[in-house]
Design a binder for this molecule. Structure first.
Ligand code: PMP
Length: 406
């Protein structure tokens, strides 16, 4: 197999100091390595540019406020949002989901229903379970197809008159399966329900346009998009955000405060109590600029090529069972009968190949697949065919070591 670089005239890997040496990093679905442009933007934000936002009357603070709000505009453009006011900065996808469950969810009544799928991450399950305990709502779970996609026909059939929200991952973090979001959006809206999209594994790997998707809410985490940890995004349609009560109180989210009562700022400030993660937002904008300069369609094509090559290479090894559909986005989960995924991960690590082994915060999906855990290789813009070759060679070694068992 030849090395197939993403950009023929540029070595993308050279942009990532975290990839130093000869390391095959195949755990981008957990968190992505950072390009130097992001590290530099964060260093500038904490260094020569540092000051607080929104309050200072001095020039440095005004400049920082400008940069922070410019980051919001960059994210809005990236997602195809109608305006930057639809972008709420949060700690990550988990916080975005909890924000919606607590704030928007407050209007739900006993007997209302929320529909998710069987492949969801714990962060798209547990906030709804907490809401169910608080409000007496019912959580419905749509099944999967044989090849590990959301069974969209059955999911759509499960949308009923009391369904208020459908909440699904656009791309599964275990199987890489992609949902037909516009189809699900149309069905949800037809029944008067809203659609939440968990975009953790889609936003870093394909072009996303929240309006074309027909979504009402969309969340993603900065650290999976080559940006910093501790920053993420909740996007929601303006009129929905307008209708939502605050979820945390404090500075920056108010209009006026009196001991008799307070009034609240319009979105997005209403949902951003306290001093925000200023450097995080600026670092995230640098990450968005970085991926957009490469092009999301190009990134998607590159990663599809790598997953395809990995499926072919591992598919040749008899004892390997590949999970998920063939057209998975950037992610390949597999098991080797008789070998625990942790052992696979450890042996690969000795060969300089980093994969993830575990339940990937998807315990219900593991139960459904009837495995305790999977081994998962996930790809990013810096991976190449050499990484695939090393993965395949490492797995060959695993099967040799485990001999009979495998
Ligand atoms: N949803 C999906 C599909 C994910 O892959 C992840 C991260 N593994 C999350 C939600 C949660 O993201 P975070 O931990 O960054 O909040």
């Amino acid at each position: 197999m030849a090395t197939a670089p993403l950009l023929p005239d540029t070595d993308v890997r050279a942009d990532f100091p975290g990839l130093g040496g000869d390391w095959a990093y195949l755990d981008t679905a957990a968190t992505a390595q950072k390009p130097q442009a992001v590290i530099d933007a964060i260093a500038r934000a904490y260094g020569p540019d540092y000051a607080t936002v929104h309050r200072g009357v001095y020039a440095r603070s005004a400049d920082m406020t400008f940069a922070f709000e410019a980051a919001r505009e960059t994210v809005a453009r990236f997602l195809g949002a109608a305006s930057a006011q639809e972008i709420v900065f949060v700690r990550g996808a988990t916080e975005g989901l909890n924000l919606v469950a607590q704030s928007w969810g407050d209007r739900l009544e006993a007997g209302d229903r929320i529909l998710i799928s069987a492949l969801e991450h714990h962060s798209n399950i547990v906030p709804w379970q907490l809401l169910a305990q608080r409000k007496g709502i019912i959580l419905d779970v749509a099944p999967l197809t044989e090849d590990g996609r959301i069974d969209e026909a059955r999911l759509i059939a499960m949308i009923g008159p009391r369904t208020r929200l459908v909440s699904i991952a656009q791309v599964s973090n275990v199987l890489g399966s992609m949902a037909d979001v516009p189809r699900i959006a149309a069905a949800a809206h037809g029944a008067g329900a809203l659609l939440m999209v968990d975009g953790c594994q889609s936003a870093p790997h394909m072009a996303v346009d929240v309006q074309a998707l027909g979504a009402d809410f969309f969340v993603f985490s900065g650290h999976k998009l080559y940006g910093p940890t501790g920053i993420g995004v909740l996007w929601a349609r303006a009129e929905i955000l307008e209708s939502m009560p605050p979820w945390q109180g404090g500075g920056a989210m108010i209009e006026t405060v009196r001991f008799e009562g307070s009034t609240f700022a319009p979105p997005p400030q209403r949902f951003e109590a306290g001093t925000p993660h200023i450097a995080g937002a600026i670092g995230l904008a640098a990450a968005v600029d970085y991926v957009m300069s490469i092009g999301m369609d190009r990134i998607a094509a590159h990663e599809a090529m790598l997953v395809d090559a990995a499926r072919t290479a591992l598919g040749r090894i008899n004892s390997v069972r590949l999970l998920g559909p063939e057209d998975a986005a950037g992610i390949l989960s597999f098991v080797i009968d008789g070998v625990h995924p942790h052992d696979i991960g450890t042996i690969l690590d000795e060969a300089g190949v980093a994969i993830r082994a575990g339940h990937h915060c998807c315990q219900p999906l593991m139960q459904l697949l009837d495995v305790p855990a999977t081994a998962r290789a996930s790809f990013g813009i810096y991976n190449n065919m050499r990484d695939v070759e090393r993965l395949a060679a490492g797995i060959e070694r695993v099967t040799r070591i485990f001999g009979g068992a495998a």
